[in-house]
Design a protein around this ligand. Structure first.
Ligand SMILES: C[C@H](O)[C@H](O)[C@H]1CNC2=NC(N)=NC(=O)C2=N1
Length: 112
C-alpha cells in the first residue's frame, strides 16, 4: 500500500533495519512514478547530463543537500558532463520507499 501523496512531497522515514526490502511489485509501482530511473541489482539509478563541470557540481551539491535533509544518502559517480545517482537503503540491503522519495526530489530539482 503506497501513500497517495506525490513522492516528491513526502519525507523519508528513519529506517534502521528489521523490515523487509520492497518486493518487486511494489518497487515497480513506485518506479513508474519516476522519470528515467532504472532498477538494477536491487538499487535504483539514473544518469543526469550537464553542459559542464560547474553545472554537474551544482547538481551534486543540491543532491547532497536533499540527502542530508532526508538523512538518506546516495552513491554518486561524478564525471565532467554527468552524474549517476544510485539509491538503495543500506540498513535493509535493498529498496525502501525512501529511495523513491529521494529520487523524486532529485528529479524535481531539474524542473524549471
Ligand atoms: C543513522 C542514519 O540515519 C542512517 O545511517 C541512515 C543514513 N543514510 C542512509 N542512506 C541510505 N541510502 N541508506 C540507509 O540505510 C541510511 N541510513
Amino acid at each position: 500500500m503506497t501513500d497517495i501523496c506525490n513522492l516528491s512531497e513526502r519525507r523519508c522515514q528513519p529506517c534502521e533495519g528489521g523490515v523487509p526490502p520492497l518486493n518487486t511489485t511494489t518497487a515497480n509501482d513506485l518506479l513508474v512514478q519516476l522519470d528515467g530511473w532504472k532498477i538494477i541489482d536491487n538499487k535504483i539509478s539514473k544518469t543526469f547530463s550537464f553542459k559542464n563541470f560547474y553545472q554537474t557540481m551544482a547538481f551534486v551539491n543540491a543532491v547532497a543537500w536533499i540527502a542530508n535533509r532526508e538523512d538518506h544518502h546516495p552513491d554518486m559517480m561524478v564525471s565532467y558532463h554527468s552524474c549517476q545517482v544510485i539509491y538503495s537503503t543500506h540498513a535493509i540491503n535493498g529498496l525502501s520507499e525512501n529511495d523513491f522519495i529521494c529520487a523524486a526530489k532529485i528529479d524535481a530539482l531539474l524542473i524549471i
